[in-house]
Design a protein around this ligand. Structure first.
Ligand code: SF4
Length: 106
């Protein structure tokens, strides 16, 4: 588990496992992996799943006991939730993590 995930996990509050107060995202505020476009085919959805899952694995989120990885599939299958993420545009990880986030964890 990475230090960032460990610290976040220690201060766990279910309501904070979201990208921001407005956007649920991938169900974890550390999951700042945003899609560029809406996937239109099953293949594109599969590629997006792979990208997001790999991100979660690399940043240690999959080791958090509060993370529910099935949310990745749920978001990919929900056009509204996915469009919300696409509309956030190309924002940096630092920008996203600084919103509603305890800066001591960055
Ligand atoms: S799921 Fe994400 S936001 Fe929630 S406690 Fe774990 S690391 Fe933190």
């Amino acid at each position: 588990m990475t230090e960032l995930v460990r610290q976040c996990c220690e201060k766990w509050d279910e309501d904070r496992c979201r990208l921001s107060s407005q956007v649920e995202g991938w169900g974890c505020r550390l999951m700042v992996c945003l899609p560029d476009t809406m996937p239109r085919t099953q293949r594109a959805k599969g590629q997006l799943f792979h990208k997001v899952y790999t991100y979660a694995e690399k940043c240690g989120v999959l080791e958090c006991p509060h993370y529910r990885e099935s949310i990745i599939d749920e978001v990919i299958d929900d056009p509204d939730r996915l469009a919300e993420l696409v509309s956030m545009g190309r924002r940096t990880r630092t920008d996203l993590l600084s919103e509603d986030f305890d800066k001591s964890c960055i």
